[in-house]
Design a binder for this molecule. Structure first.
Ligand code: MF3
Ligand code: CO
Ligand code: CO
Length: 270
């Protein structure tokens, strides 16, 4: 038997070994594959509960575990957040109608490693304003990932996202953030999607975390519904989110949840 020591920064952020990337790649790939496969099932008339059931089945078929079932009492393998739902939408008997936009967020555990990602889908015909929101949210995540490299700070990531989204006259949700992950679901740091350049902890090779900006067409404020999970925009404006799990390398960031079928980017879906 061997003992291993863990490196943790003074901000409480765990530094993983180069050999740990393989585990995250496997977990991330499964989560992303599930998000690829669900795309064809997002159609008018489908219920969010039926989508979640498919995801539940696919996680089991892969021999993996859902990280969300049983997490703080949550009972589903996905969060499905429709229209003005910002995040943590609970799948159920809600039927998708023409023009609905939705985020599907899946977290799986494979060999003890967590893969967490989400992306946007829509049913029927996408409106121009929803398309713009989805595009801007996607691009803000990718700009955040571009800022994720050794020597930069978490504030640089947040700043990249915020500057871009606000320049498009959209707003960044402040009430939810990305998070460290790896052998655990949610770990330090809180990855804010807004911020000042040079603020926050310095990024180091071996940090694993998510970036998952939620962008609203209207104001940034949210509230939680009586089910204690569903977060919605207070002004009922449309909200979108994209999420990747990444690992910091010597050069920049490796995306663990890259779409195997290249279906992550909204304009590449059809
Ligand atoms: N996957 C979400 C995240 O990105 C967390 C969902 S927790 C749940 O962190 F319990 F709501 F599923
Ligand atoms: Co996450
Ligand atoms: Co997630």
């Amino acid at each position: 038997m061997t003992t291993s020591t863990q490196t943790v920064t003074r901000d409480g952020i765990r530094i993983y070994d180069p050999s740990d990337f393989a585990g995250m790649e496997k977990a991330g790939r499964l989560a992303a594959q599930i998000l690829d496969d669900i795309a064809d099932h997002v159609v008018v008339g489908q219920t969010t509960g039926a989508l979640d059931q498919l995801i539940t089945d696919w996680v089991a078929a892969a021999g993996a575990t859902s990280a969300t079932i049983g997490y703080r009492g949550y009972q589903h393998a996905s969060c499905i957040s429709v229209n003005h739902v910002v995040c943590h939408g609970i799948p159920g008997d809600k039927t998708l109608k023409d023009g609905d936009i939705l985020n599907i967020d899946v977290t799986v555990i494979v060999d003890g490693w967590f893969g967490d990602c989400s992306r946007m889908y829509w049913a029927g015909k996408l409106s121009r304003k929803a398309e713009r929101l989805i595009q801007v949210t996607h691009d803000s995540l990718m700009l955040g990932i571009e800022a994720a490299k050794p020597g930069n700070t978490f504030g640089d990531i947040g700043h990249a996202i915020q500057t871009y989204a606000e320049a498009q006259r959209m707003s960044v949700v402040r009430d939810f953030c990305g998070h460290g992950l790896g052998r655990v679901f949610h770990a330090p740091p809180n990855v804010l999607h807004y911020g000042r350049p040079g603020s926050g902890a310095v990024l180091e090779e071996g940090m694993f975390f998510t970036i998952e900006p939620m962008i609203n067409l209207g104001r940034p404020e949210t509230k939680i519904l009586a089910d204690d999970w569903t977060a919605v925009t207070r002004d009922k404006s449309l909200s979108a989110q994209f999420e990747h799990s990444i690992g910091i390398t010597a050069q920049g960031a490796e995306i663990f949840t890259q779409s195997p079928g290249d279906r992550f980017h909204p304009t590449m879906r059809d």
